[in-house]
Design a protein around this ligand. Structure first.
Ligand code: N01
Length: 541
């Protein structure tokens, strides 16, 4: 009998542990959820696929990986002691520091002992007689809990295109979100990167300096904008610590919960000179100011958007020496901001290097992976290393890859076949006591994840305090929410590109607005209202 089978049989014969709550995932949201539920007095178990805490910042350890949020806006806000103790080293902190930060949080709040690591959840089945969920791991271990919180991340189910011959490649291959802990040695190697999204845009300029030769396979160019990272000085560190209340007040007011917010003017209302001066000023700023601090109509008005898009195209052309390469890097088929804007450091300059080649796979599609490399319609490229920077089955993928069965054995995956059906992105009708704590609002991650975790905690407190044993949204409220979220999304530029925002990056995935596109304060107000009105849109029993 194989070891794994024996393991599974042994795990199945062991007594089933019971908890008040199980939290799946020990990333940003999961850690905070564990903290809150323990504070509520619940017995709680965290289940984490990885060998350590950090979620995104545990798995995505590819060279160049870092925040695109200002560091001082990304950390948790719930503990002033934590805010005062932690020093951010860079304005846009890198992966190893971010992982160190989340480990610090886990230890600081004694969360680690609540978590079972290397625990891959394969199913969660609801039992209506007991109002309990039974959760099963890949190794056969089972446990029960009244409440299950899926804090599984929005970008954690990696996507590798099903290229023919993918397993035949004889060199090393990596997906950026499953990067080894040990340093990958690129020196002198021939490396191929597939994809030019935000991940590849961070990776490419770093490894271009290390590899022998780099070939980038691009299908769709992006509007990349300068990150303008730098070290945090002692004086700035002191300012962060002295002004955290203002920083948090600010990011709770802005559209995307970043420091930036839209200019109240419309782009085409002002003169061309003034517009260009504004664009230049935004371009010189660090972070997402170019996007979220722009004129308020760039995400809703096609002409306003195109005006700024042309400004960005010229910025790209000015940085790439070979005009033919530059033209390939200039996006023309989708509006600016309809995909998450990759923030970069020396990305375009990488293409000025002798050892970097850009291949447009729209001109010559990838036909297959071969034992030696990648074969496009035009030729075969030989590599020592292939890197898949091909993204994620976003938002829904990490939830639906768990076989979740609600009332009457209904499958969540089947229910969501045409797009996610939830109320507020948090609960789905027919799946009582199951909460989804991933931030699916259009919003800086931690600040919104904190408010979702607090909402879930309050809902659980309410259920228990009022003698109920289960909570789930009504179908009517859920239908209204899905309709509203799609309607809000369709008024923006988000439908203008084949991005993960709308599920269009995965062949065969239904197109739907996966992120709630209203401003973050509107989302939080709706969450607040849903609780303040006595959970009218929920069935409590
Ligand atoms: O993934 P993506 P990502 N043949 O889906 C290409 C966050 N993030 O990991 O655009 C050839 O954006 C695909 O091509 P196309 C951020 O929110 C944050 O880069 O579909 N190419 C695309 O170029 C971001 O939005 C940070 O035509 C194929 C690439 O693979 C999100 O993560 C850093 C292909 C995938 O790009 C996802 O970014 C990094 C095929 N068959 C990421 N299939 C921060 O700064 C796919 N591609 C915090």
């Amino acid at each position: 009998m194989a070891d794994s089978q024996a393991h599974a049989l042994k795990a199945q014969s062991e007594p089933i542990e019971s908890f008040d709550a199980i939290v799946i995932g020990a990333g940003v949201a999961g850690l905070y959820q564990l903290y809150r539920l323990r504070e509520l007095g619940l017995s709680v178990r965290g289940l984490e696929d990885g060998g350590g805490v950090g979620g995104t910042w545990y798995w995505n350890r590819y060279p160049g990986c870092r925040f695109d949020s200002e560091s001082e806006t990304y950390g948790y806000s719930f503990s002033n002691e934590l805010l005062q103790e932690w020093d951010w080293k860079e304005h846009f902190s890198g992966q190893s520091e971010n992982e160190r930060y989340l480990n610090y949080v886990a230890d600081r709040f004694d969360l680690r002992r609540l978590i079972q690591f290397n625990s891959h959840v394969i199913s969660a089945v609801y039992d209506a007689r007991t109002d309990r969920w039974e959760v099963q791991l890949e190794n056969g271990q089972r446990m029960r809990a009244q409440f299950v919180v899926a804090a599984v991340g929005i970008l954690s189910a990696r996507y590798v295109p099903p290229f023919e011959g993918i397993d035949t490649f004889r060199g090393e291959s990596y997906h950026t979100s499953r990067w080894p802990r040990e340093k990958v040695d690129f020196s002198g190697k021939r490396v191929g990167v597939i994809g030019t999204g935000a991940t590849a845009v961070q990776l490419i300029p770093v490894i271009a300096k290390e590899v022998g030769h780099l070939t980038v396979f691009q299908r769709t160019p992006n509007y990349c904008a300068p990150l303008r990272n730098g070290p945090v000085s002692d004086e700035t560190q002191r300012r962060f610590k002295a002004t955290y209340p203002e920083i948090h007040r600010r990011i709770r007011e802005t559209t995307g919960a970043f420091l930036h917010d839209f200019d109240r003017r419309r782009a085409l209302e002002v003169s061309r000179e003034e517009r260009l001066a504004t664009y230049e000023k935004l371009w010189a700023l660090p972070g997402f100011g170019k996007w979220l601090g722009n004129f308020r109509d760039i995400m809703t008005d096609r002409a306003a958007n195109e005006d700024f898009a042309e400004f960005v195209r010229d910025k790209i052309r000015a940085r790439v020496k070979d005009p033919a390469v530059a033209e390939k890097l200039v996006p023309k088929d989708h509006p600016f901001g309809s995909k998450r804007v990759p923030l970069e450091t020396e990305y375009y300059e990488a293409y000025n290097r002798e050892n970097v080649l850009l291949v447009d796979v729209r001109e010559a599609p990838i036909e297959r992976i071969t034992p030696r490399g990648i074969k496009t319609r035009d030729r075969e490229y030989e590599f020592d290393v292939i890197i898949y920077a091909t993204g994620f089955d976003a938002i829904t993928g990490a939830v639906t890859r768990i076989d979740i069965r609600g009332e009457g054995g209904q499958s969540l995956k089947e229910k969501w076949a045409n797009g996610p059906r939830t109320l507020l992105g948090i609960q789905s009708a027919g799946f009582p006591n199951l909460f989804i704590a991933t931030n699916s609002a259009f919003c800086n991650y931690t600040v919104c994840a904190e408010s979702i975790v607090e909402w879930i905690t309050d809902a659980i407190r309410y259920v228990r305090a009022n003698g109920y044993s289960r909570i789930a949204p009504t179908l009517k409220a859920e239908d209204a929410w899905v309709e509203h979220a799609n309607e809000v999304g369709s008024r923006t530029m988000l439908s203008g590109a084949d991005s993960w925002f709308i599920g269009a990056n995965i062949p065969g995935k239904a197109r739907a607005f996966l992120l709630y596109a209203s401003p973050a304060p509107v989302y939080r107000a709706k969450c607040k209202e849903a609780a303040a009105n006595g959970y009218q849109d929920f069935v409590l029993r």
